[in-house]
Design a protein around this ligand. Structure first.
Ligand code: ADP
Ligand code: MG
Length: 849
């Protein structure tokens, strides 16, 4: 994954360190060489070795370290390997190699386990002790592979069946690795010792089986160290507090940095020539292959020592494997082992010469740091999951709430209906009863009436009156029953209204739910922005890597805009925003330009700010500009100038437009879309000088287009430029001056070609007084532009009168005398001497030039 391997690489040059170690005489030598002097004499305090040629002559050689036959294993470790181990722990690759004739102590020096005597422990064991003591087990890991290289085949000593392991080289970083080899994580010294023992046993077994000698094979221990870098997270992260994120959010966007390094310990095959040992019974082809790696190492060292253009690393497995470890990008220590016996003078001499040549090899040491984007991604994923879960919880809560309120409303309506029904029924019954009662009374009265007709006649009139009263009464009762019924109807409608209110409440809650859903959408947008920021990080990381790789990249065409971005990354070193073209293709692919542009119209102000920054960042690269414009980015940016309330957005948008305005096609587009008016509006509303600088920069770019002169001026471009003068900030003034100089130059060109007649539009728009006032401005960029503008104006006789009346003549004279730039000085001089108006004025004032 390309994201996870953006590395920061620091190169430091260092030479291969070479020590020579002399083995004490062994029993056989003590007997056989008893009458002979040793063929070498050591002067450890001078770091010199004398090699006897014969009894009266010797050659002297200097080494980085001369280790006598009495040197302890501890001292050998400290001078040969410890510096390498330390630099591995700091994140550099490192190599320790032993070279020498069989039996001179290579394995003794590197591989002794020291089981029987701790003082005898060799370099491998001591190195691992130091590594394990230094790392932090919670965050760092140490793992190893143990291999043997024989007859150009790499065999896994931890899994000997695996005997043809391929070497893989990362084409980008040049890192060499053996993905096919067993890798074991080491947590403690004991398990390491066990691994070494297993490897050694396998080595012996394999060599017995193949009927080979282990002295003919190379043993290679590869220790990989992966460490988390603490307290470095402020590095290279292009975020700022200004963009609205809380600092915890920013922390979560910082990828942890890990340093990866490896220590390679190589116990080389015996350096003696193969024909000498003779008895191994190989064919000539086999013999060649046995020695190939070692002789190839010798050739590479020769080439490196002579700084030859071609180093034949591809010739053998060993040199390919050591490509990033020897004369390459690592710290390297070589110990050459020799024996004392004069019988082996030839081998000893060649061993010493090998060491001497190796001392001339320069290494480039590389520090490799990686951003751990994977864990950043994991963290963002967790964050995202949290947000999703929270959203789900809220949704569930609202659903429950709605259900509860709906149920309650229904219940209340049902209750009210029930109550109404009951009381209606009661009323009905009551009135019915009353009705029946009064009928009964009437009937009784009627009976009484019939039984006594006389009385009836007598009482007829009275009785008639009674009936009428009763009827009246009856009517009233009816009336009141109707009233009662109406009342109940009213109550019913009241309850209906209550029900409607409850329904409205339900609707309101649904709306809240909708709002919630749209907030969720916004969160998703936010996530998209986070992703694009992640891309941005990778972009920055790339830039960093590339600028560190190549030193300073080419400057931007309009470097004044750098600080636009530095608003959001002011803690960063300069070169990061200045690096060469970044792999934007990645950004387009993964986030999609359309998506980024669509975020410019997001309802969320924060999202808009991020989006416009990303777009501005992209627009700063020339290579992206066409794509941005094609995708409608320019129109969107201009829209932002028109519609955005937020000055940050307008400032960043203006910056992006300024960058796009460097290109002629875009200049036409900006003009066509009313860009000048929008920029002028932005200028008049702006409070931040940086906004003004961006606007002035954009207009200044437009001023340099020959074809747009009249239109630009017609739409108030010059007036807008001059209007920004009152801000007084030197950066803004420099852009204004640049614009005026651009404009004056184009005008002058047009006038010379006969395309323009009449006074300069700059003079028409009242630019001269400001020009005169600032022609000697103390800031060099402002002064230069204005001097140029003035010279351009003065070249045309139509402007001469104004130049005289505004007092610019004095400035021209000054320029022709004092300007430190010869071309401008000459231009002023020529202008003064060729203009009749200026000449006569000078004569009148008795000025000489
Ligand atoms: P190589 O690996 O170069 O073939 P070895 O490390 O196997 O050589 O050493 C050969 C013999 O010499 C071994 O018996 C070893 O113990 C002994 N030897 C080598 N160097 C020393 C030394 N500096 N002091 C004592 N004995 C040594
Ligand atoms: Mg050995």
């Amino acid at each position: 994954n390309s994201l996870s391997t953006q590395s920061r690489i620091v190169n430091v040059s260092s030479r291969v360190r070479v020590a020579v170690r002399l083995r004490p005489r062994n029993a056989e030598e003590q007997a056989a060489d008893a009458d002979f002097a040793d063929c070498v004499e050591l002067q450890p305090e001078l770091k010199r070795l004398k090699l006897r040629k014969n009894n009266w002559e010797s050659d002297t050689f200097e080494f980085d370290e001369v280790l006598t036959e009495f040197s302890s294993q501890k001292r050998v470790y400290e001078v040969v390997a410890k510096p390498v181990v330390e630099s591995v722990l700091e994140g550099y690759n490192g190599t320790v190699m032993a070279y020498g004739q069989t039996g001179t102590g290579k394995t003794f020096t590197l591989g002794r386990l020291g089981d029987e005597d701790t003082a005898a422990r060799g370099i491998m064991v001591r190195a691992m002790e130091d590594i394990l003591a230094d790392i932090t087990p919670e965050t760092d890991t140490v793992s190893l592979s143990y291999l043997q290289l024989y007859m150009e085949m790499i065999q896994d000593l931890l899994d000997p069946v695996n005997d043809n392991i391929a070497i893989v080289e990362d084409p980008r970083t040049g890192d060499v690795s053996l993905p096919g080899a067993t890798v074991v994580e080491v947590r403690d010294q004991k398990s390491f010792m066990d691994l070494l023992r297993i490897g050694e046993a396998h080595r012996v077994a394999a060599n017995t089986k193949l009927n080979t000698e282990s002295s003919r094979s190379h043993a290679i221990l590869m220790v990989n160290v992966r460490r988390a870098v603490k307290g470095r997270s402020e590095m290279n992260v292009s975020m700022s507090a200004e963009n609205g994120h809380s600092s915890s959010m920013m922390d979560s966007l910082r990828p942890p940095i890990v340093r990866k390094s490896k220590l390679v310990v190589v116990d080389l095959a015996g350096s003696e020539r193969i024909d000498k040992s003779g008895s191994e019974g190989h064919t000539l082809e086999e013999a060649k292959s046995i020695n190939l790696s070692l002789s190839s190492l010798g050739k590479c060292i020769n080439a490196l020592a002579e700084s030859s253009a071609h180093v034949p690393v591809r010739d053998s497995k060993l040199t390919r494997l050591l490509k990033d470890s020897f004369g390459g990008t690592a710290r390297t220590s070589l110990v050459v082992t020799i024996g004392p016996s004069p019988r082996h003078r030839g081998e000893t001499t060649s061993t010493i010469m090998f060491g001497q040549r190796a001392m001339k090899v320069q290494n480039m040491v590389k520090l490799k740091e990686e951003f751990d984007y994977k864990s950043l991604c994991r963290r963002l994923d967790i964050e995202l999951d949290k947000l999703i879960a929270e959203n789900e919880r809220q949704r569930k809560y609202f659903d429950d709430e709605i259900e509860r309120i709906t149920a309650e409303a229904q219940y209340r309506v049902a209750e009210a209906e029930k109550e109404c029904k009951v009381s209606l029924e009661n009323e009905k019954m009551k009135y019915h009863q009353e009705y029946l009662d009064s009928i009964k009374i009437l009937e009784e009265k009627w009976k009484v009436h019939q039984q006594s007709p006389k009385k009836q006649i007598k009482e007829e009139s009275t009785s008639n009156g009674d009936v009428q009263d009763l009827l009246q009464n009856e009517k009233m009762l009816r009336q009141s029953a109707e009233d009662e019924s109406n009342d109940l109807k009213n109550q019913l409608s009241h309850w209906k209204k209550m029900e409607a209110t409850a329904t409205a409440e339900v609707v309101r809650l649904r709306r809240m739910l909708d709002t919630e859903a749209s907030q969720k959408d916004k969160l998703e947008e936010e996530i998209a922005v986070l992703k694009s920021q992640l891309m941005q990080l990778s972009l920055d990381a790339d830039e960093t890597r590339m600028s560190l790789d190549t030193g300073d990249g080419p400057g931007k065409i309009f470097p004044g805009l750098d600080s636009l971005m530095s608003h959001s990354r002011n803690s960063q070193p300069r070169e990061q925003s200045n690096g060469p073209k970044a792999p934007v293709a990645k950004l387009f692919e993964q986030v999609g330009l359309q998506k980024i542009l669509s975020l410019l119209e997001s309802e969320e102000p924060d999202v808009r700010v991020h989006a416009v920054k990303v777009v501005a960042n992209l627009a700063a690269e020339e290579a992206n500009q066409e794509k941005i414009v094609e995708a409608g980015g320019l129109t969107s940016l201009l829209m932002l100038l028109r519609s955005s309330e937020d000055e940050t957005i307008r400032r960043v948008a203006a910056g992006a437009i300024a960058n796009l305005a460097m290109n002629e096609t875009n200049q036409d587009l900006i003009m066509a879309q009313g860009g000048v008016t929008l920029l002028s509006m932005t200028a008049s509303d702006a409070e931040d000088p940086q906004t003004l600088r961006m606007v002035a920069g954009a207009i200044a770019n437009l001023c340099g287009n020959d074809k747009l002169q009249t239109r630009l001026r017609g739409e108030g471009g010059i007036k807008a430029l001059l209007g920004m003068v009152k801000c007084g900030h030197p950066d803004v003034l420099a852009q204004i001056a640049r614009g005026i100089a651009n404009f004056a130059k184009c005008e002058s060109r047009a006038a010379t070609q006969g395309n323009k007649v009449g006074r300069s539009l700059l003079v028409d728009d009242g630019a001269l007084p400001w020009i005169v006032k600032n022609a000697n401005n103390e800031a060099a960029p402002i002064r230069r532009h204005i001097e140029l503008a003035l010279c351009h104006l003065a070249q045309h006789e139509v402007n001469a009168k104004d130049i005289v009346s505004e007092g610019a003549l004095w400035e021209l004279v000054r320029i022709s005398r004092d300007c430190s730039r010869e071309d401008i000085r000459m231009l002023a001089y020529r202008t003064l001497t060729s203009s009749p108006t200026l000449q006569s004025e000078m004569r009148r004032l008795r000025i000489e030039c």
